[in-house]
Structures are given as C-alpha cells and as structure tokens.
Ligand binder design. Structure first.
Ligand SMILES: N[C@@H](CCC(=O)N[C@@H](CS)C(=O)NCC(=O)O)C(=O)O
Length: 155
C-alpha cells in the first residue's frame, strides 16, 4: 500500500473527504435521475436529442419541457448552489483545527439535510419539508464559515 500523506492522517480531513465524496456523488446522481426522467417522459430540450424519433413533426412533439424533468433539474441546481459552497468552506473549516466530534456533527448534519432536500424535492414532500432541509444545510455551511473566520480572520 502507498504511504499515507499527512493530510490523510488527519481525522478531521478524512471525515471531510468522506462526507464531501458522499454529497458530490449524491449530486452526480441527479444527472442520472435527470436522464432517466428525460428518456422515460420523452421530453427533450435539444433538437438533436429527438433525432432517433424520426424527422420533422414526428420528432418535434418530443421537443418539450416536462414538469418532473424540470423538478429534478431544479433540485440539481439547488445542489450546486449549496454543495459547492460546502466543499470550499468545508475544506477551510477542516484545516482550521476543529474538534473531530464538532466537525463530524457539521458534516453529518449537512449530508443528511441535502439527502432529505433531494427526497423532499423529488417526491415531493409538502412544505416546509424542503425549506427546512435547505435551511439546515445552509446553516451548517454558515456555521463552518463563521468558525473559519473566527480562527483565521486577517483583514
Ligand atoms: N435559488 C434558490 C434560493 C433559495 C433556496 O435555495 N430555497 C430552497 C428552500 S425553499 C429551495 O429548495 N429552493 C428551490 C429551488 O432552488 O429550486 C431559489 O430560487 O429558491
């Protein structure tokens, strides 16, 4: 086995890497779900994607938007708006020397909140389910940013 680097020996960094990989994989799954809905609903947004259904008007009817496909796309966009900040701020946070238990709490709550947000958006669950899951994830990232600034602030 290759020799581990110092970062991989740091438990907080390992926790960060673990949960970051989980939420990024979850976000990547949104592409597959989008593709599934696009194909099963036969709702395409690019003319070239309908080519296999023939030419002219027979293919044109598949060039449309579908409520379910758009819902997954909005869920994916919301992941981008929230998971990308988590990845950046989470890395700075992991390097700012937090307690392992506190860091794990942040990472676990964020990951759980984003998974819940996806279920709430796709099922869909009645509000405020989605709103609350979004707010919890957002608050976790905010809390990590606060800790980073409290630790390293240099203006
Ligand atoms: N870009 C978001 C900003 C606010 C936000 O993320 N709200 C959460 C809780 S209501 C959400 O799930 N928004 C739905 C979405 O982004 O499509 C929006 O337009 O709603």
């Amino acid at each position: 086995m290759a020799k581990s680097t110092q970062l991989a020996d740091n438990e907080v960094f390992r926790a960060y890497a673990t949960y970051t990989a989980i939420v990024l994989l979850k976000m990547m799954l949104m592409s597959l779900i989008t593709a599934y809905y696009t194909i099963t609903r036969k709702a395409f947004v690019n003319p070239e994607d309908t080519a296999s259904f023939g030419k002219g008007d027979s293919a044109k009817k598949y060039l449309r938007t579908d409520a379910d496909v758009e819902r997954v796309r909005r869920g994916h966009l919301n992941d981008l708006e929230n998971i990308v900040p988590f990845v950046g701020i989470g890395l700075l946070y992991a390097l700012s020397g937090p307690e392992l238990s506190t860091a794990l709490l942040h990472f676990r709550i964020f990951t759980g909140a984003r998974i819940l947000h996806t279920f709430a958006y796709l099922i869909p669950l009645p509000q405020p389910g989605r709103g609350l899951s979004w707010a919890v994830g957002y608050a976790v990232t905010f809390s990590m940013a606060y800790k980073v600034l409290k630790t390293v602030l240099l203006l």
